[in-house]
Design a protein around this ligand. Structure first.
Ligand SMILES: [Zn+2]
Length: 122
């Protein structure tokens, strides 16, 4: 059942250190973004070794954590080569918007960006 895929992480673990990607909402430490970028959307976000980029493409304002997600239902899967999210922790809601140039990049690929600050409607 879906219920056992929902995990809540202890309050202490939700330190300000954790950041959610504004595009796919994966939760990582800044050091992970710096080292590897976003495992799902680095192709577009290009956060690797770019602290400024990490600051504008990820946020500490997120809500709810899912430990496992269903790749079939991810809209990001539509444009990913791998067609699924990597395993990890994902935020249910993410506050904020991707930078305009990222949105433009998505648009040029025929992808409509949907802010992650509300529950997915599809
Ligand atoms: Zn991402």
């Amino acid at each position: 059942m879906a219920t056992d895929t929902i995990a809540s992480i202890p309050t202490q673990a939700r330190s300000k250190q954790l950041r959610a990607c504004l595009l796919c909402s994966i939760i990582q430490l800044p050091v992970d973004y710096r080292k590897h970028g976003c495992p799902n959307c680095e192709e577009i976000m290009q956060m690797k070794q770019n602290s400024e980029r990490i600051a504008s493409c990820t946020t500490t304002y997120f809500d709810g954590v899912i430990a496992v997600i269903d790749p079939e239902n991810s809209w990001v899967a539509r444009w990913q080569r791998t067609s699924k999210y990597v395993r990890g922790m994902y935020a249910v809601r993410v506050k904020g918007r991707i930078p305009e140039d990222v949105e433009a990049e998505l648009e040029s690929r025929g992808i409509k960006y949907r802010p992650r600050d509300q529950t997915d409607q599809d």
